[in-house]
Design a protein around this ligand. Structure first.
Ligand SMILES: NC(=O)c1ccc[n+]([C@@H]2O[C@H](COP(=O)([O-])OP(=O)(O)OC[C@H]3O[C@@H](n4cnc5c(N)ncnc54)[C@H](OP(=O)(O)O)[C@@H]3O)[C@@H](O)[C@H]2O)c1
Length: 380
C-alpha cells in the first residue's frame, strides 16, 4: 500500500530532508498534507513540487496568501490547521517534525487517529512521554524514531533479547564547544553556538546541542521509546558522529549502527520500515576512517545533561518543565537577553522553584508547560 504522508514542519531541516527522501520513491510515497509555520516562500515551492491536497501555516494572513495562489487546495492555519494535517483522512503516515512543545497536541492527535507516526520532534516525548506511549499502546500504532541515535537503537535492539539488554549508549558529537575552555563560555555568541560541527539543523536543536541539553532530551526520549531506566542509559562523546548509538547485551556483545552523519538515513529507515529503501546517502568507507574517538561527557562544562537525568528520575511533569524552561532560555539567548552560561542557571532555578502539583493529563502537562515558561521569563 502506498504511504500517504502528512508532514508537520515541512519547511524545517527534518521536513526538507524528508521530502528529499520522499521524492526519490514516487511509486511508494505520496504527499497528502503539509504544515509549516512562517516560511511560505519554501512552502509554495513544496506545494508546486509535491501537490498536497491540504496545507496549514501559522497565521490566517499567510493562509489567505496561499489560498490566492492555489485556490484548489484546502488551506488552514494555527493550531487547528496543525491538528487537521495530523489527522487528515487521506493520509496514513505522519512525520512529526515541528520543534518544541507545540508538537504535543498534533502528534497525540495523529496517534489517536491511528496514523503511523515517525517522530523527530523529541520534545513531545520529553514533555508528554507517558501520555504518548499510553496512546501508542491503546491505538496499536507504530511510533518510529527519526532521531539518528534512536533510529540506531531501534535498528539493533533485539526485542526477543529484551531481558538480556545491559545498557544502551547514546553517542554525542559534543557540539561546537567540546574543546573550548569553560572560562570563555560566557563570551559565546549565538552565531558561534549555531555553528554545529557535524549537523545542519534548526536553531533550537543547534543551541541544545551546544549545551548538551539535546543529549539530555534524547536520554528521556530513549527512556520512553525503549522502556529503559535512567541507570541503563549512558552518554558517550564521539565527535566523528559515525556510530550513532549502541546496545550492549549481557553476553558481552555490543551492537552498533554506523553511517555518515546524514539525517536522510534514519528518515528513510522510518519511512520504509519494516523494509529498507535505496537512498542517496553515501555508504561509509571503513578504510577511509582513520580513527573513531570516544570520551566521557564533562558534566561541569555541560550541566544540563545531569539536569535531564535528574528530571527523568524525578518523573511527573519535571521533564515537561525542563523542556519549557529550555525553550524560553534558548530563545532569550538567541535574542542576546541572557548569556550562554545563564541558560543552565535559569533552567535549574525554574525547576527548583516548582511547588505545584499538575497532574499528568494533557491539560496538566500544558498547564505545567505554561507555568514553567512564565517562571523562566521572570528570571531575566
Ligand atoms: N534537524 C535535525 O537534524 C534533527 C535531528 C534530530 C531530531 N531533530 C528534531 O526534529 C525537530 C525539528 O527540528 P528541525 O531542526 O527540523 O527544526 P526547524 O528547522 O527549526 O524546523 C521547525 C519546523 O516547525 C515549523 N514551525 C515552527 N513554528 C511553527 C508554528 N507556530 N506553527 C507551525 N509550524 C511551525 C517551522 O516552520 P517555518 O520554518 O515555516 O516557520 C519548521 O517547518 C526538533 O524537535 C528537533 O529536536 C532534528
Amino acid at each position: 500500500m502506498k504511504k500517504k504522508i502528512s508532514i508537520l514542519g515541512s519547511t524545517g531541516s527534518i521536513g526538507v530532508n524528508s521530502l528529499e527522501v520522499i521524492k526519490t520513491a514516487p511509486e511508494t510515497f505520496e504527499v497528502a498534507a503539509l504544515a509549516a509555520g512562517y516560511n511560505t516562500h519554501l512552502l509554495l515551492e513544496q506545494i508546486q513540487k509535491f501537490h498536497p491536497r491540504l496545507v496549514s501555516v501559522a497565521t490566517e494572513t499567510l493562509a489567505e496568501d496561499i489560498r490566492e495562489q492555489f485556490p484548489s487546495i484546502e488551506v488552514l492555519w494555527g493550531e487547528k490547521g496543525l491538528k487537521e494535517v495530523a489527522t487528515y483522512s487521506e493520509s496514513n503516515f505522519v512525520i512529526s517534525a515541528l520543534v518544541g512543545a507545540k508538537g504535543i497536541e498534533p502528534t497525540l492527535a495523529a496517534i489517536s487517529s491511528q496514523k503511523e507516526v515517525a517522530l523527530a520532534n523529541k520534545e513531545v516525548l520529553v514533555a508528554a512521554g507517558e501520555l504518548v506511549m499510553e496512546e501508542v499502546q491503546r491505538q496499536h500504532v507504530q511510533l518510529l524514531p527519526i532521531d539518528s541515535e534512536h533510529s540506531a537503537i531501534f535498528q539493533v535492539l533485539e526485542q526477543k533479547n529484551r531481558e538480556n539488554l545491559k545498557k544502551i549508549t547514546l553517542t554525542a558529537s559534543g557540539g561546537p564547544f567540546l574543546n573550548r575552555a569553560l572560562e570563555t563560555f560566557s563570551h559565546i555568541t549565538p552565531e558561534e553556538a549555531l555553528r554545529h560541527p557535524k549537523w545542519k539543523m534548526g536553531n533550537r536543536i543547534s543551541i541544545d546541542s551546544a549545551t548538551l541539553m539535546n543529549k539530555g532530551f534524547e536520554v528521556i526520549e530513549a527512556h520512553w521509546l525503549f522502556g529503559v531506566s535512567p541507570s541503563e542509559i549512558e552518554v558517550v562523546i564521539h565527535p566523528e558522529s559515525i556510530i550513532h548509538s549502541t546496545v550492549s547485551y549481557r553476553d558481552g556483545n555490543m551492537l552498533a549502527c554506523l553511517s555518515v552523519p546524514d539525517m536522510k538515513a534514519p528518515i528513510a529507515y522510518a519511512l520504509s520500515y519494516p523494509r529498507r529503501m535505496a537512498t542517496e546517502v553515501v555508504s561509509l568507507d571503513l578504510t577511509k576512517i582513520k580513527t573513531l574517538t570516544f570520551e566521557e561527557p564533562d558534566f561541569k562544562k555541560f550541566p544540563l545533561l545531569a539536569v535531564a537525568f535528574e528530571a527523568l528520575k524525578k518523573g511527573g511533569v519535571f521533564p515537561c518543565l525542563l523542556n519549557a524552561a529550555d525553550e524560553v532560555a534558548v530563545e532569550a539567548f538567541l535574542k542576546r537577553r541572557i548569556l550562554f552560561t545563564q541558560i543552565p542557571i535559569v533552567i535549574e532555578k525554574t525547576l527548583s522553584s516548582y511547588s505545584e502539583s499538575f497532574p499528568l493529563s494533557l491539560e496538566g502537562i500544558l498547564e505545567a508547560d505554561q507555568w514553567a515558561r512564565k517562571k523562566t521569563k521572570e528570571l531575566f
